[in-house]
Write a protein that binds this ligand. Structure first.
Ligand SMILES: [Zn+2]
Length: 175
């Protein structure tokens, strides 16, 4: 069974595990089917896939989120420290990718502690949630200048070349 996922829940693991493999091991040792999160982001920004989206998650029981959200956890305890730059960058690009695939509204991206009914500090007071939202918005609010549309790629590239010679930076966009 596939669960429609229209929310993203953001977590820290709350511990300083070595890597995603260790997070998975800890969860398996509790008798779980797999690690509870759908994605885990390691300190160096490596994104590791966790539990399959074909199963309900095991990361946020509040508000029935295990059945309607994608759970992303960054390794670390962000009550104590901040996530690494690599973790934040990786999270931003993962969110952009998921937003394209799942098409959820931005207000459905929630830190775990903001989920109604959740009693937790997760993902910690140093989790840069507002910065995250800003970066996501940044890409959505670009004003673009359209200055040509062609029925062949070759013509489009010729036109782009002309603009470049004029000192205007531009690129060809796939139809
Ligand atoms: Zn959490």
């Amino acid at each position: 069974m596939n669960y429609p996922r229209s929310y993203i829940i953001l977590h820290h693991t709350g511990a300083e595990e070595k890597d995603a493999q260790q997070v998975r091991k800890n969860h398996l040792s509790r008798g779980w089917r797999d690690v509870g999160y759908n994605y885990i982001i390691e300190r160096d920004g490596t994104v590791v896939k966790g539990r399959s989206l074909e199963l309900p998650g095991a990361h946020c029981a509040a508000s029935g989120m295990n059945h309607k959200s994608v759970g992303i956890a960054l390794i670390g305890n962000f009550e104590v420290r901040s996530p690494t730059e690599q973790q934040i960058k990786a999270l931003i690009s993962l969110l952009k990718k998921l937003k394209k695939e799942l098409n959820f509204p931005e207000k459905n991206i929630l830190p775990h502690k903001n989920v109604p009914g959740a009693k937790t500090l997760c993902p910690g007071k140093n989790f840069p949630f507002s910065r995250l939202l800003e970066s996501l918005k940044g890409t959505e609010r670009l004003w673009k200048v359209q200055c040509g549309a062609f029925s062949s790629r070759k013509k489009a590239e010729e036109f782009a070349e002309k603009l470049k010679k004029m000192g205007i930076s531009c690129f060809v966009v796939e139809p």
